[in-house]
Design a protein around this ligand. Sequence first.
Ligand code: LIP
Length: 291
Amino acid sequence: MTDQLPLQEIHDFMIEIAHKAGEMITAAHPSTGAAGNKKNSVDLVTETDRAVEKLVSTSLREKYPDFDFMGEETYKPGDTITDAPTFICDPIDGTTNFVHRYPYVCISLGLAVNRVPTIGVVFNPFTKQLYTAIKGQGAFLDQKTRLPLSTPTAFEDGLSSCLVAVEWGADRSGNDFAVKSKTFENLAKTKEQGGGMVHGLRSFGSAALNICGVASGGLDVYWEAGCWAWDVCAAWVILYEAGGIMADANPGNWKPTVDGRRYMAVRAGEGQEKVVEQFWSLVEGKFEVGL
Ligand code: LIP
C-alpha cells in the first residue's frame, strides 16, 4: 500500500504542520497551576495540547480525508490502529516540561501504514531541532544532516558503557512502578552487586525526543513502558532509518508493536542485540501494561 502513497508530499505537509504547531507552542504561556490533569496529578494536559491537536487533525483531515487520525487528546479507550494509513500525533510530547518551561518539548507526528511506522516528524520548537524520516529513505536532522550524527561505534563493553534514558511515567504505584524502580537500581549498581553499572541514567521527559536522541547516537538506549503509540510512532521510523532497533521493554520479544506500550530503543552499532539481551537480564519482574 505504501507504494501508492505520495510519501514525500505527505512528509513535506507534516513538516509544514509541525512548524505551525511549533509557533502555537512557543507563543503559549503555560504554568504548572493552569495545567489540568488526566489520570492523576502528574499526568498533565494544557489548553495548548488540545488546541495544537485540533490544528493538526483539522489540517490533516482536510488534505487527506481518507486517512485515519489518532491523537493523544482525543483518544478514547478502545480506539485501535488499523491497517489503514493513520496519522498518529502527540501535539505536545513533554507536557510536564512544557508547563515547567523546560525546553525539552516536541510535537510528534507520525504516519503508520499497515500499522508500520512509515513517516516520522519530531520537532522541538524551542531548540528548532527537526527530526524526520520516511521509511526506506534515511533519517535526518533539520532535513540535511543524516542520522546518526557520527559513524556508530561498536558496543565493545556492552551495556556497561551505555548512556540510558528511562522515564518514570505517570503511574507511581503497582506492579509496573515496582518493575521500573527495581530495574533502575539494577542498571545503576555495580557488577559486584549483580548490576549493570551503566554510564548513566537520564530521565528527560519526552519519549519522542529520547528516541531521536538514540537515533542521533548521543543516547545509547531508551527503555520505557506505559507510554503510547503517539509518543513513539514518529520517532520509531527515525530510529530505524538511523540503523537503530526497537525491542520490547519486557524480556524476550524482538518485535514490539507501535501500540504495544513497552519499548526499548538501541542505537546503531555492532553488538546492539547483545545490549538488548544484557538489558533484559536486568529487568526485574514483568510489565503488565500492554499485555
Ligand atoms: C509523556 C512521555 C514521557 C512519559 C510519560 C508521557 P506527554 O508524554 O513522553 O516520556 O514518561 O508517561 O507519556 O504526556 O508529555 O505527552
